[in-house]
Design a binder for this molecule. Structure first.
Ligand SMILES: *Cc1c(COP(=O)(O)O)cnc(C)c1O
Length: 419
């Protein structure tokens, strides 16, 4: 029997809930059968049927250099033969922490974890421990991973499922979580430990911060003695060398990272000043730990990725993103399709509406209008993979050349004409 996407999906559904290990991958909001990836290289993924796609999922960000980058593969191979996990500290953990803290002004120390979810979850515990306060504020449509207290009004896969939060999360777990609309500075009082924000919201399509929003959060947090946390799991080391704090010139108290920093392997991190990080065990009373934290394969891959992410690389990635975004916008305009292709540096979004949304309500109205699913399948039929959900961003990588972008734009024009 030959292995096909359909046969694998059927077998997968028998033994894995929904056939996938992360909900969006199931194609629930776009319909159809997911492609099962056999291998990937540079800007391409190849499915088990041997079909090649130009890939704009790029693992939702981690493979910023392109898939299977030779330097990253080499670093992983080199690390693997020396052992895959020790439960003792390693030199690469020091090197990657030095690399991260040298890029981010005001972030003196980082703790490595194994996912973005772990980073935000631990950062919140740290913020509560550091302030002695309970409440947290998050913004509707911002996604901070799937820990209980943050799983309300999230973007990304939660939004696609049409769930407000999740079953299985107790009222108690979210009792101290206040949800505010994005791009409006909320009331912040002295019960608030931390305000969590995606400095660029990239899990409800791509929604940038309104002028003054991040600055306003900074001032309001300072006035209330609350901490400000930037969830830079997408923006971190993708936007520019120093991430969103550098890009916008607003410094939070706590940073969370993930995706890019693992170079395609599982890794996250959170960081802050000496003073705040001093609350973390073994220095302080806020406990946080991980058997595989600072894993040698992940640090080898992540460090190699970071070393390739020079100022020139960011300029290059932004130019690739601009060629894609401008070309897509032009194709939609020519076809008379109401669409907005927002771009912030190397980050690209797509909304099938007349105006770019500014918050979750306006994003939802567009993301749920059904047009994206048609576009998605039109592109997939033409050998181009986008995320199977309207709430996700588009991720060009440094491996996407003009040839792939132009091939993509031809497909966009064709699909747009049929919308
Ligand atoms: C992906 C993401 C997370 C969660 O990271 P995982 O590695 O999937 O746990 C958290 N915050 C933001 C902004 C993200 O995009």
């Amino acid at each position: 029997m030959t292995t096909t996407n359909a046969s694998l999906f059927e077998r997968a559904q028998a033994v894995i809930p929904g056939g996938v290990n992360s909900p969006v991958r199931a194609f629930g909001s776009v319909g159809g059968i997911p492609y099962f990836v056999a291998r990937a290289e540079g800007p391409f993924v190849y499915d088990v049927e041997g079909r090649r796609y130009i890939d704009y999922v790029q693992s939702y960000g981690p493979s910023i250099l392109g898939h299977a980058h030779p330097a990253i593969i080499g670093a992983i191979q080199d690390a693997a033969v020396r052992g895959t996990s020790y439960g003792a500290p390693t030199e690469n953990e020091v090197l990657i922490a030095e690399e991260m803290t040298s890029r981010v002004a005001g972030m003196d120390k980082v703790r490595l974890v194994s996912s973005g979810t772990e980073a935000t979850m631990s950062a919140i515990r740290l913020a509560r421990g550091a302030t002695g306060r309970d409440k947290i504020i998050k913004f509707a449509g911002n996604y901070h991973g799937h820990s209980d207290s943050l799983l309300v009004a999230g973007g990304s896969g939660i939004a696609q499922q049409g769930l407000v939060g999740s079953e299985g999360v107790t009222a108690g777990a979210v009792a101290d979580t206040v949800v505010a609309p994005y791009n409006v500075v909320p009331e912040i009082d002295e019960s608030v430990a931390v305000v969590c924000v995606e400095p660029i919201a990239a899990n409800m399509g791509l929604v940038g911060p309104a002028p003054g929003f991040l600055e306003g959060l900074r001032d309001a947090c300072d006035a209330a003695g609350a901490l400000l946390m930037f969830d830079e799991v997408i923006t971190g080391f993708r936007l520019c060398r120093g991430g969103a704090a550098e890009w916008f010139g607003v410094q939070p108290d706590i940073w969370c990272f993930g995706k890019v920093i693992g170079g395609g392997l599982p890794m996250g991190a959170f960081g802050a000043s000496h003073q705040i990080m001093g609350n973390l065990a073994p220095l302080g009373g806020v406990y946080q730990a991980g058997t595989l934290s600072g894993n040698p394969l992940a640090t080898a891959a992540g460090l190699t990725a970071m070393q390739h992410l020079t100022v020139e690389a960011y300029d290059e990635l932004a130019a690739i993103a601009a060629r894609l975004a401008d070309g897509m916008q032009a194709a939609f305009d020519t076809a008379g399709v109401a669409a907005v292709v927002p771009r912030i540096g190397p980050l690209v979004g797509l909304f099938f509406g007349d105006t770019a949304p500014t918050d979750f309500d306006s994003a939802k109205a567009i993301c749920d209008n059904g047009v994206y699913a048609k576009f998605f399948h039109g592109m997939l039929d033409r050998g181009i993979t986008l995320a199977p959900g309207a709430y996700e961003a588009i991720f060009p990588s440094l491996a996407h050349t003009d040839a792939e972008i132009d091939e993509t734009l031809v497909a966009v024009a064709e699909v747009a004409a049929g919308l």
